[in-house]
Design a protein around this ligand. Structure first.
Ligand code: MLT
Length: 342
């Protein structure tokens, strides 16, 4: 056999000046190309890991587990939730940004993707350029809560109480960079106080501390707080959305309670590492959209006050443009507030 027989048809003819080493490499690329295409066709051929940046049992985890279970059904492979805690979600985001771009490691994250660039001076990833976008998931209102025996019974009373007892009142959050921290920061700014912050590695442990009376105030998502509000285990001072929410129709908004212009709404997106093949992203996006149509997912999310986003936001482009707009929205607010996480 002569060496020329090893060269795929067309390679030597098109590149007469090539060395044998270069021809060998060209041949390897020509042979590998259909394999890559085949790998995307066969995707997924093993379980997919969905990384959650906060503690199990918390709001992000609850949304992730509902969606992951439904995605598993349409992908024919398990989507396994893995909680990687720390630094307000940046540990997880950094991990997924550096993972193999093959679709087997994906991230679900919230507004923290947009707030991290302003909160962290040393961020090891760029939210807009180090990820491939799969789609948005659901929006979740937040609630401002106090421990059950905190004296004030309404938002105006809470504001007066905090302003008088500033050095004694503390505010829990799910870590620097968590939405609970963002909400707490905006609340303090709105009423002109600076409270002691008690960070946890997710809302689940922060909520346990509030229920146990170890912390005074917490602002967090209905996907975690609703059952405790309904069971009358905490005091509810208001919702953070512009309008009242269906899940708590009698709860006033913080705006109604006197905090002009106050609004925080949590949104969630699914990401893959940059360079994930478009065919793989298509499959992940198809599975995400199918999950969001699944009646069990819709019922579970609705029960917890979450609202599935419209179909145009469930797309890669819907998530990318939304993230870009959110970075533009939050960066000046965080900078003006002078808050840093590192
Ligand atoms: C947050 O405050 O950012 C989230 O509620 C964190 C979590 O999902 O635990």
């Amino acid at each position: 056999m002569t060496s020329s027989r090893l060269v795929p048809a067309g390679v030597a003819r098109n590149w007469p000046g090539m060395t044998w080493a270069a021809l060998g490499m060209a041949a390897a690329i020509a042979i590998a190309a259909p394999v890559r295409g085949h790998a995307a066709d066969a995707f997924p051929s093993k379980p997919i890991v969905m990384v959650v940046p906060f503690a199990a049992g918390g709001p992000t985890d609850v949304v992730a587990r509902s969606v992951a279970a439904a995605m598993s059904k349409s992908l024919g492979q398990s989507v396994v939730v893995e909680n990687r805690l720390g630094a307000g979600g940046t540990v997880s985001a950094s991990y997924v940004a550096k993972a193999a771009p093959d679709g087997y490691t994906i991230l679900i994250h919230h507004n923290g993707m947009a707030t991290a660039p302003a909160l962290y001076s040393k961020l090891s990833y760029k939210p807009l350029t180090d990820f491939a976008f799969v789609g948005q998931v659901a929006d979740v209102p937040m609630t401002l809560l106090g421990r059950h025996d905190l004296p004030p019974n309404s938002l105006p009373e809470l504001v007066t109480y905090i302003q008088k007892n500033q050095s004694k009142v503390n505010l829990a959050n799910a870590g620097l960079g968590a939405v609970s921290q963002l909400c707490g920061m905006l609340f303090q700014k709105a009423i002109g106080v600076d409270l002691q912050a008690i960070p946890y590695q997710g809302t689940a442990p922060a909520m346990t501390a509030l229920l146990g009376g170890q912390v005074d105030v917490l602002c967090d998502q209905t996907t975690q707080t609703l059952p405790h509000i309904k069971a009358d285990k905490v005091k509810l001072y208001g919702v953070t959305t512009v309008d009242r929410i269906q899940a708590l129709p009698n709860a006033p908004t913080l705006r109604e309670g006197g905090l002009k212009g106050f609004e925080v709404k949590v949104w969630h997106g699914v990401y893959a590492p940059k360079g994930t093949p478009p065919a793989v992203i298509d499959k992940l996006n198809g599975a995400l959209r199918a999950a969001l149509k699944d009646p069990a997912v819709a019922a579970r999310l609705q029960e917890l006050g979450a609202v599935i986003v419209p179909e145009d936001k469930q797309t890669p482009e819907g998530l990318r443009t939304w993230l870009a707009a959110e970075i533009d929205k939050w960066s000046p607010i965080i900078k003006a507030a002078g808050v840093k996480a590192d």
